[in-house]
Design a protein around this ligand. Sequence first.
Ligand code: TXA
Ligand code: MG
Length: 360
Amino acid sequence: MSGVVNKVMQDTKIVKIDVDKIDNSLIEECANILNCGGTVAFPTETVYGLGANALDPKAVKKIFEAKGRPSDNPLIVHITKIEDIFPLVESIPQKVYPVIEKFWPGPLTIIFEKSDIVPHEISAGLSTVAIRMPSHPIAVKLIEEAGIPIAAPSANLSGKPSPTKAEHVIEDLSGKVDAIVAGGDSNVGVESTVLDMSGDIPMILRPGGVTKEMLEEVLGEVSIDKAIEGPTEIKEAPKSPGMKYTHYAPKANVIIIEGDLEKTVNKIKELKVNYENDNKKVGIICTDETINKYTKSIIKSIGSRNSPESIAANLFKVLREFDETDVQIILSESVDAVKIGQAVMNRLKKAAGYCIIKAE
Ligand code: TXA
Ligand code: MG
């Protein structure tokens, strides 16, 4: 059923829209909020985004406030037609066109030299702007109806896992934004790939829905920003995992166990016993192939190893589900960091504050 169902807190409208039967009057209502300088969270194919008029610095500031996002982290600008890029950028390098043709609309963000109309608040002081053309029908209709470029980071509180369901957004942002469109689940489940094409070799700044392998088919050699690997991995199981580089993080401390699958399972069982002897409540993130190998804890599968796409789609949901439990330590299997698995492992490592143990 579609319709404005209720106001969760005083000032956040929850607008339910059926993706298979989009009610244009509800889209108009939300577009109107965006045009008046307000904030609207909406579904995209990757994750839910928190939108505002990208050309209005005051509106953009509301995004940073609602999320508690540091102002030095730039935002992605969302458009629906290639022509929409022209006013936002200095120029479009020729080599970008085949990439746009192949992957837009879709989960790919491209970095351009920005024009003067892109506010400082969007670019966080950089000379560049990140632009993406989403494919989700609700996102497309909303941006088209608003008739303006829409800045939209993931619609989570800063540091928490990105939202793939309307309930995640409601939990994080109700009372803090003008409206939340509840429009079903985001099916990719990890955010867009961020691609910098300014150098000779295109570089992935964030792995995401469009994989390195897919980009290489169009572009030849593609590199990955070294910073993605994060700090040197921690080899020992910490007694009390301390300071973390928290992002995508559930309340419990996440520890990733990496290596041969059988050894991984054994290592997780061993660590579980150790932590439980230390009076810690332990949860396990596993896969469909291994779920039957564990007992007596909160065990959640992120999907089948034969379907990396299902794992990407489930990851953030599973991380958030642990917040409804009282586990203090989450021991997680790793998956192959190829294709979309590269984005999955990147998010999982951040959730773990790069606490990774080799199963030997
Ligand atoms: O799938 C997505 O990209 C989602 C949906 C809502 O579109 N949005 C999203 O936005 O993930 P956010 O703000 O959570 O992540 C944006 C990423 C950040 O890592 C940011 O640093 C990077 O893009 N970024 C934005 N502008 C940039 C720029 N000019 N240069 C380099 N990186 C940039
Ligand atoms: Mg984000």
